[in-house]
Write a protein that binds this ligand. Structure first.
Ligand SMILES: [Zn+2]
Length: 252
């Protein structure tokens, strides 16, 4: 359903510039996909098993976790700079951006292992990057360790992912998650807003990416050829717009 309304939005507001950018990103993604891993359906069910541990609060119970279709997810060390500039741009309407990019850092509180980092890229039609993270990157959750997880996402989680993430966090008290999102995904939808409040109730820190966070993500997760990120003109204004919306939603 989210995909459908996203598609409608895309049709409605897609500008000529965005349409061009979208085509180029599609080509980029097509070529990198050949090198990407293909997630198996087996590990998808592990997330479901993981998520069954805790009872949801009443307002979270209205949201039905989605069926898991066959899927393909791209994982990598550093993403293409063009894909970053397009996918993470914090425009008000996410025209042409029918994917989620999720950059992650995992601190296992263990100096010897250091930080685990990388990125995931999904097609919205398949299993979402958030869920893949928990099966693939945190599949070997050792209850004796404390995991401090930070995500920098191109857009905030959909309602289904928000419920799943909340359940994982409630079941695994040794996992702390902070999410920094470039944009809010369909924030006008009541179901989405409720999902964000579920995340907050489960202890997830949810924030919008500030201009500095974009630069940090560029430096840390992008194949940037040692070039600095030139922030787009309205980056700060757009951050403030989203920040205000998020604060309103979380306070309700
Ligand atoms: Zn999702």
């Amino acid at each position: 359903m989210a995909d459908k309304s996203r598609a409608q939005m895309r049709k409605k507001v897609r500008s000529e510039k965005d349409a061009k950018e979208s085509t180029e990103v599609k080509n980029e993604a097509g070529s990198s996909k050949e090198n990407g891993d293909v997630q198996t359906a087996e590990s998808a069910s592990a997330a479901d098993a993981n998520a069954n541990g805790a009872a949801a609060k009443p307002n979270c119970e209205e949201l039905e976790p989605m069926e898991v279709p066959p899927f393909e997810t791209i994982t990598g060390d550093r993403m293409d700079p063009f894909a970053f500039r397009f996918q993470f741009k914090n425009v008000e309407y996410s025209s042409g951006r029918n994917k989620t990019f999720l950059c992650y850092l995992v601190d296992r509180g263990n100096m010897a292992d250091g930080l685990m980092r990388g990125y995931l890229e999904d097609e919205h039609a398949g299993t979402h990057a958030e869920e893949v993270f928990f099966t693939r990157c945190l599949g070997q959750n050792d209850p004796a360790l404390k995991y401090t997880v930070t995500w920098y996402m191109s857009s905030s989680p959909c309602a289904d992912c928000a419920v799943k993430i909340s359940e994982v966090l409630k079941a695994a008290s040794n996992v702390k998650l902070s999410v920094y999102a470039a944009r809010l995904f369909e924030w006008e939808e009541e179901e989405i807003q409720s999902g964000m409040r579920c995340l907050q109730a489960a202890g997830c820190k949810l924030r919008m990416m500030k201009p500095l966070d974009f630069s940090y993500t560029w430096d840390t997760f992008v194949d940037n050829d040692d070039q600095p990120l030139n922030l787009w003109d309205d980056c700060k204004e757009n951050y403030e717009f989203y920040q205000e919306k998020l604060a309103d939603i979380l306070q309700q």
